[in-house]
Ligand binder design. Structure first.
Ligand code: SF4
Length: 79
């Protein structure tokens, strides 16, 4: 069972590209020009993806200027 969860509020995204540069395994620009989590487990204004390991998700969250990416280990927010 996945221990980690990434959440992204797409309504806040300013399309700076930092998350995609930091972590292309997880993020990409969608057709609407806004960053998007690849293959999310839950989709909508807030996307959610469950991970077995953090990959580069923390780097992406730390580089987001509008703080719309959050990473959790179980229910503890890491960033
Ligand atoms: S770093 Fe934040 S603001 Fe920049 S593209 Fe990613 S989600 Fe959007």
């Amino acid at each position: 069972m996945a221990s980690y969860r990434v959440e992204m509020d797409r309504t806040m995204c300013i399309s700076c590209g930092n998350c995609i540069e930091s972590c292309p395994d997880i993020w990409e620009f969608a057709d609407d020009g806004i960053s998007s989590i690849k293959d999310p487990d839950s989709n909508g204004d807030v996307q959610i993806k469950y991970l077995d390991n953090l990959l580069c998700s923390v780097d992406a969250a730390e580089r987001c200027p509008v703080l719309c990416i959050h990473v959790f280990e179980d229910d503890n927010e890491l960033v």
